[in-house]
Every structure is written in structure tokens, then in C-alpha cells.
Write a protein that binds this ligand. Structure first.
Ligand code: PLP
Length: 396
């Protein structure tokens, strides 16, 4: 049996390679940071979700180490059997405080948070109205739910309104959007979404994975940016990006929603608790951000500087309001070769192509961090210009 299946897989894999869509893993032999070691060589890292530079921050490492020593390594249980320490509860409270929400439930990842948020809350008589560019985990989570599905074009408010009109007869309506769209870096127009939600009596879920810690003056995400703190029913997010980058996700929002998730959400009920050291480092991350706004300020400065310089150099950059800067190259192979050439120049980035972005919209996604120093940003821009010239993407 396997030999025919093996032939089938080999053929498919060859197809992926031939199309220039094959994804390789590159091995890092240092901690995560603005500079990392790849193939025994230091390179500047511009493709981590390490927005605030917390992945190897001494305060987080210390908090994790202390918890490891005093609370052990793993929980060997799901939360409701014997997998809840005071650290888990404290982290949930800390997250609620950060976002100005009523309650929070932790998951092993945001993929799980999104996988477990729809099915327990909504049924056949309800409607989920989802942005076309939402993260894969939202798409999967929606698939697990019996609610009627509507899809609107990315951030297209006319299209959203059309969907809301079509969904008028349904019992409950939930609009679902990423806060920041990870491939373009644009922020969901939450002010307009909120106005439509009020008008059509709908609720809102925002996935803050790329926006929490980044967007808004103090990094509280899209609800801060649009002055809607406490008004959005459900937020989901990850600890795997700005907040230390280890692992873990959460859903935060209205009290009864979180309470119901604790009763019925399958990834919460049937998957392990996050390790105490991760909870402790998570608490340390949020506490650090509560103290002052230095990291967010530096991230915002770094991002504006980088985008401005790249546009001046002639690169085609998607309009961004986040720390994501999509350098458009359109062809998959060009994006791959461009990224490889940048690595030769000591700049570590990733080319993205189908199926992660639409066909013909390949790009290099540059992610800026508060950990980047000005000279590292300049090195990156210089390398982009050198490779861009050679590959005839820009002319200087
Ligand atoms: C990264 C991301 C996720 C997944 O988060 P994990 O915690 O890594 O599972 C979910 N949604 C969005 C929008 C993301 O960007």
C-alpha cells in the first residue's frame, strides 16, 4: 500500500520544489535575538515575531528559571484535573489587566485558542462573518463550528456590511478579524467594524497575535488604537510573539464567554497546561510592559525609520501600521532567491509565497523589533539595496 502512496507524495513534493514553493528550515545555534548564529555565522534577524526583544530578555529568563526551580518542569495534566498552579491564574489576571478585559483563559497556543473559541459559543442558528485574510487557525476554528459562514474581502467594509445584511435573520452574529494581518501588516479598521457591529447587532472577535504589544501607543493592541478598550467581546492572542515568544495563547474578554470556554472549549479541556516557567515568564513580560513604554516607543521609531528609508530606496512596500513590512517582489522564485542573497549579506529574512500569500504576490516580510539598533537597521537597508540592484528590483 505505502509504495503507491510514496510515489504519490514524491511526485507532489517534486511539484512543490519545481514551483519554487519548497520551504526549508534554517538551523539557528544561538538564542533568539536581533543578531543570531546561522551556519556558524552571525546574521541580523529580521524575520522573528520578537517585536519587543523579549525572547531572550534577562527578566523573563530569570522568572522562567526561578519557576523551573520552585515549581518544576511540567504539569502532566490539563487545567481542570490537576494542571492549574497559582502562576496560571496570575497570568490570566495579568492578561485581563493588560487588555482591560473581564477574564482570560490560557491555551497551549493561539492556534488552540482560535480552534476552541467558536464551536462552544455558536451553533447552526448563528453567523460567523470572517475577514478573507484571517489566520489559518481562525479558518480551522470556524470550520469546527456549525454556525453559518460569511466571508468578506480583506478590511472591505462594504462587503462586511453586505454579509451583515445577509446574516440578519440569524440568532447571533460574530464578526471575526485579525488585528494586524500578518502578511501585509495592515491593521483591521476596528472603528468601522465596531460601528457596523453596533448597527447590525453583532459581536466582535479580534485576534491580537501580531498587534498585542505592538499596535497602540502603549501596545495594548487594536482596541487601544481605536479607543475601544473593553468594548470588543472577544480577543485572542499569543505569548509566542511580542510577549517572550516561547509558547502559549489566550482568549480574553467578557466574563461569561470565558466561563463557557472553561466548560466547553476542547483544546482547553483536552490538551496540557502550559509549563509553570512559561506562565512565570509571561507574567514577567506583561509586568515589564506595565512599568514603562520604552520598548513600544523604540519599536514604533524603528519601524517608521525602516519603512521610510526602504520607500526612498524605491522598494514596493505594502502600507503598514504595524511592525510588519512586506517588501513586494511578486514572483515566488525571485522572493526565494532574494532572501537567499540577503542571507549571504548577513541579513536573515524569509521569502513568502503561495500558499502563505496569494499566487503572484510573493514577498519578503521584514519584521522590525525594539531589539534592533539603528546601525542594524541601516545594515539591513544597505543589503536590500545591494541585492535589489543586482536583481533589478530597484535602480540606484
Ligand atoms: C501567530 C498567529 C497565531 C498562532 O499563534 P501560536 O500561539 O503560535 O499558535 C494565531 N493567529 C494569528 C493572527 C497569528 O499571527
Amino acid at each position: 500500500m505505502y509504495s503507491s502512496f510514496q510515489d504519490h507524495l514524491k511526485e507532489e513534493l517534486t511539484g512543490i520544489r519545481d514551483a519554487g514553493l519548497y520551504k526549508e528550515e534554517r538551523i539557528i545555534t544561538s538564542p533568539q535575538g536581533s543578531s543570531i548564529i546561522v551556519k556558524n555565522r552571525p546574521v541580523l534577524n529580521f524575520c522573528a515575531n520578537n517585536y519587543l526583544g523579549l525572547s531572550n530578555h534577562p527578566e523573563l529568563v530569570k522568572a522562567a528559571g526561578e519557576a523551573l526551580k520552585h515549581r518544576g518542569y511540567g504539569m502532566s495534566s490539563v487545567r481542570f484535573i490537576c494542571g492549574t498552579q497559582d502562576l496560571h491564574k496570575e497570568l490570566e489576571k495579568t492578561i485581563s489587566r493588560f487588555f482591560g478585559t473581564e477574564d482570560t483563559i490560557l491555551y497551549a497556543s493561539c492556534f488552540d485558542a482560535n480552534g476552541g473559541v467558536f464551536e462552544p459559543l455558536l451553533g447552526e442558528e448563528d453567523a460567523i462573518i470572517s475577514d478573507a485574510l484571517n489566520h489559518a487557525s481562525i479558518i480551522d476554528g470556524v470550520r469546527l463550528c456549525k454556525a453559518q459562514r460569511y466571508r468578506y474581502a480583506n478590511a472591505d467594509m462594504q462587503d462586511l456590511e453586505k454579509c451583515l445584511q445577509q446574516a440578519r435573520k440569524q440568532r447571533f452574529r460574530l464578526i471575526v478579524t485579525d488585528g494586524v494581518f500578518s502578511m501585509d501588516g495592515n491593521v483591521a479598521p476596528l472603528d468601522k467594524i465596531y460601528a457596523l457591529a453596533v448597527r447590525y447587532n453583532a459581536m466582535i472577535l479580534v485576534d491580537e497575535s501580531h498587534s498585542a504589544g505592538v499596535v497602540g501607543r502603549t501596545g495594548r493592541g487594536t482596541t487601544e488604537l481605536y479607543d475601544l478598550k473593553g468594548k470588543v467581546e472577544i480577543l485572542t492572542g499569543t505569548l509566542g510573539k511580542a510577549f517572550g515568544g516561547a509558547i502559549g495563547g489566550f482568549t480574553t474578554g467578557k466574563r461569561e464567554i470565558i466561563e463557557m470556554l472553561r466548560q466547553r472549549s476542547r483544546p482547553y479541556l483536552f490538551s496540557n497546561s502550559i509549563p509553570p516557567m512559561v506562565a512565570a515568564a509571561g507574567i514577567a513580560a506583561f509586568n515589564l510592559l506595565d512599568r514603562d513604554n520604552r520598548l513600544q516607543d523604540k519599536l514604533h521609531e524603528n519601524t517608521s525609520y525602516f519603512v521610510k528609508k526602504m520607500q526612498e530606496a524605491g522598494f514596493d512596500i505594502k502600507p503598514t501600521q504595524s511592525a510588519i513590512c512586506a517588501v513586494m517582489l511578486y514572483e515566488a522564485r525571485l522572493a526565494q532567491e532574494f532572501a537567499a542573497a540577503l542571507q549571504e549579506e548577513g541579513i536573515y529574512v524569509t521569502g513568502f509565497s503561495f500558499p502563505v500569500v496569494p499566487k503572484g504576490e510573493a514577498r519578503i516580510r521584514v519584521q522590525i523589533s525594539a531589539a534592533h539598533e539603528p546601525r542594524q537597521l541601516d545594515d539591513c537597508i544597505r543589503a536590500f539595496c545591494k541585492v535589489g540592484n543586482k536583481m533589478r528590483v530597484i535602480q540606484i
